[in-house]
Design a protein around this ligand. Structure first.
Ligand SMILES: [Zn+2]
Length: 358
């Protein structure tokens, strides 16, 4: 029996770093020593699983044990972990949705660190081989921990219909908005405008390659333009508007703006998770024949895409990491820091005590 240190969620406002028994590595399992794990907005108090649950799902690490049935992976290999679970993880036949390649939409979906046993804020995790994405040569384990949030952005870009040269507006420069920006730049976007209200995030968006960053709350002189500075900028720079508008904020005003900045025939893409419904007048997409769509998570293809781009060196993802905190300090240096200084951070990584970046 192996005892590891792990951060477990017991109840709202009750998370503890404690000794936890690691499940044994079976013949069809892989045991990974965790190097880094990023903190996600969804890591804050979560309910609906059998508690306590080990938190953390943005994981990189090194394989330390492989089950006897596994041939495709070997001890010593660095991997990023796709924390999404589907039929395969539960020993079931693939459902029709999984067969269609959309494993992120499987009815048996669960996620390490949120709704399944095992998570990233821990020394080690036992996972299935298809959860492991090999990290290419030249990509550090620190950067590989960003593969998960970048895979979210990669997935949204892929299913949005984006292609080289498209002009894009991103509403909100939080971690996912910035991940979208970085990847769109690496994938050859045309003009990219970012709308963001906080100064620190606006500066990050400039640094990450936005052509223009606009504060939608900045005062506009009376009678100038349409009254919406993001819409005016999109029309000035992009002519008819954006090919794609990503709403990475998820409030009424950002969805309203997304529907106004998109050009006829374009795409409004919801990336945000909404706490309450919004009001949308269907005329706003009918009259411009705009597609209104959304996406969730990623598949292994999106991890491969991101890790492949990281290996080329054309993605300055390391700049997303604003702090690295030891596991023992996750509450003070991680969760509370994100509550108290949210706009200062893009991504805080948690580092289990024994980890060494190979
Ligand atoms: Zn399925």
């Amino acid at each position: 029996m192996t005892i590891i240190q792990a951060l477990r969620f017991h109840a709202q406002h009750d998370v503890r770093v404690e000794d936890v028994e690691l499940p044994s590595c079976g013949k069809d399992d892989v045991r990974v020593k965790i190097a880094y794990c990023g903190i996600c907005g969804s890591d804050n108090p979560y309910t609906g699983v059998e508690l306590p649950v080990v938190m953390g799902h943005e994981i990189s690490g090194t394989i330390v044990e492989v089950g006897s049935n596994i041939e495709e992976l070997k001890v010593g290999q660095n991997v990023a972990i796709n924390p999404s679970m589907d039929d395969r993880h539960h020993g079931k036949e693939d459902c029709s949705v999984c067969q269609s390649g959309r494993r992120n939409l499987c009815k048996s979906w669960a996620c390490y660190g949120l709704s399944a046993h095992g998570g990233g804020f821990a020394d080690e995790i036992v996972v299935k081989p298809f959860s492991c994405i090999p990290v290419p040569e030249g990509v550090s384990l620190k950067v590989a921990a960003l593969a998960e949030p970048l895979a979210v952005a990669s997935h949204m870009i892929r299913i949005s219909g984006f292609s080289d040269g498209h002009d894009v507006v991103i509403l909100g420069a939080g971690p996912i908005g910035l991940a979208l920006l970085l990847l769109l730049r690496a994938k050859g976007a045309g003009k990219v405008i970012v709308s963001e209200v906080t100064d620190s995030r606006s500066r990050q968006a400039e640094k990450f390659g936005a052509d223009l960053v606009i504060n939608p709350l900045a005062k506009i002189p009376d009678g100038a333009g349409s009254g919406n500075s993001v819409v005016d900028a999109a029309h000035n720079i992009m002519g008819d508007g954006a090919d794609i508008a990503f709403d990475a904020m998820g409030i009424q005003s950002t969805m309203d703006t997304a529907l106004l900045v998109v050009k006829p025939g374009g795409v409004v893409f919801n990336v945000a998770i909404h706490e309450k419904p919004l009001l949308i007048n269907p005329n706003s997409f009918s009259f411009k024949e705009v597609k209104l769509m959304g996406g969730i998570c990623y598949t292994n293809e999106d991890f491969d895409d991101v890790l492949g781009i990281l290996a080329t060196g054309n993605l300055a993802a390391e700049d997303m990491i604003t702090s690295v905190v030891p596991l023992e300090e996750v509450v003070q240096g991680g969760f509370l820091e994100l509550i108290n200084n949210k706009a200062k951070h893009v991504k805080i990584l948690i580092q289990p005590s024994q980890s060494v970046d190979l």
